[in-house]
Design a protein around this ligand. Sequence first.
Ligand SMILES: [Zn+2]
Length: 91
Amino acid sequence: MDIYLLAFLLIILIGSVLVYIYYLKEKKEQLDSIRRGFCPHCKQADIELTDKRSSGCSGPQMLTFECLSCGYINSFAVDNSESSCGTGGCR
Ligand SMILES: [Zn+2]
């Protein structure tokens, strides 16, 4: 295999991994902010849970939050393995 092609592929691979890590970090920071009750976008305490759905008992839950001040909307997949299922909330 051509060494330049190999180097090129390696750069693409590292680049996409870095973008993915950055995306996860960004997402986590936004969720942290929402959990404290603040909008990650405008920093107002007007964030509200607008939608909550799960694909089943054991799967992650999709939580959709909306900010009443700036219109920020984002969805997060939250692993709820220790919440509702263990207490019988899924039946
Ligand atoms: Zn906002």
